[in-house]
Design a protein around this ligand. Structure first.
Ligand SMILES: Cc1cc2nc3c(=O)[nH]c(=O)nc-3n(C[C@H](O)[C@H](O)[C@H](O)COP(=O)(O)O)c2cc1C
Length: 191
């Protein structure tokens, strides 16, 4: 299984990117291979349907999404929605790259919670025919601390992140090709 994590903040040392880096560690500790796209570093030009050629960063980005079995998307909460940086990246995608893949969404907010961005991301994931994880994660102000190893300093937050990642892995495993043989039995049971 290969998971691509996309950090959607255009800010150095962003909280949402730190959360994603911690998730990357949790995944790799479980032997899951990952790609990490930090959109603050891998800048993508403004999407235009008129563009006839693709910027090399866009080509790499699309390849990274295509090769993934699942995605984890992180964004800062901006005006009750996701960042323009992440939305711009997602505009390059179509359903052929995301269809049937599990997607976990994560946000960091200046207020107590940022679920506007997560709700909007859920809608985008549906439009791309991805499968949204039953869990999502929003980190509000007061929970932004990470130690020098990139581990959240708040114990409760650490557990919340671990639990969301585990739920996501469980979903990804259910959707992986090795378990599609369960599908006929499931549909038979529904008749
Ligand atoms: C343009 C802009 C809009 C923002 N809008 C909101 C908002 O609607 N709700 C909120 O809780 N915080 C808002 N914030 C605060 C950010 O969500 C907060 O600083 C967040 O931690 C930034 O995430 P990052 O460190 O991952 O970039 C806004 C910040 C900026 C710069």
């Amino acid at each position: 299984m290969h998971i691509t994590l996309i950090a959607g903040s255009n800010r150095k040392n962003a909280v949402s990117t730190n959360i994603l880096r911690y998730m990357e560690t949790l995944l790799t500790n479980k032997g899951i291979s990952v790609s990490f796209v930090d959109l603050q570093i891998v800048q993508l030009p403004l999407f235009s349907p008129d563009s006839e050629t693709l910027h090399p960063n866009v080509e790499t980005f699309l390849q990274t999404v295509k090769s993934a079995d699942g995605l984890i998307l992180a964004t800062p909460e901006y005006h009750g929605s996701l960042s323009g940086t992440l939305k711009n990246a997602l505009d390059y995608l179509d359903a052929s790259l995301v269809s049937g893949k599990p997607v976990l969404t994560v946000s960091s907010a200046g207020g107590p919670l940022g679920t506007g961005s997560l709700t909007h991301l859920q809608s985008i994931v549906r439009n791309l025919h991805g499968i949204h994880c039953p869990e999502w994660l929003s980190i509000g102000a007061g929970f932004h601390g990470f130690d020098q190893d990139g581990v959240p300093t708040d114990e409760e937050l650490k557990l919340r992140i671990k639990s969301a990642v585990q739920l996501y892995i469980d979903l990804a495993r259910k959707l992986s090709p090795g378990v599609t043989s369960l599908l006929p039995a499931a549909s038979k049971a529904m008749r």
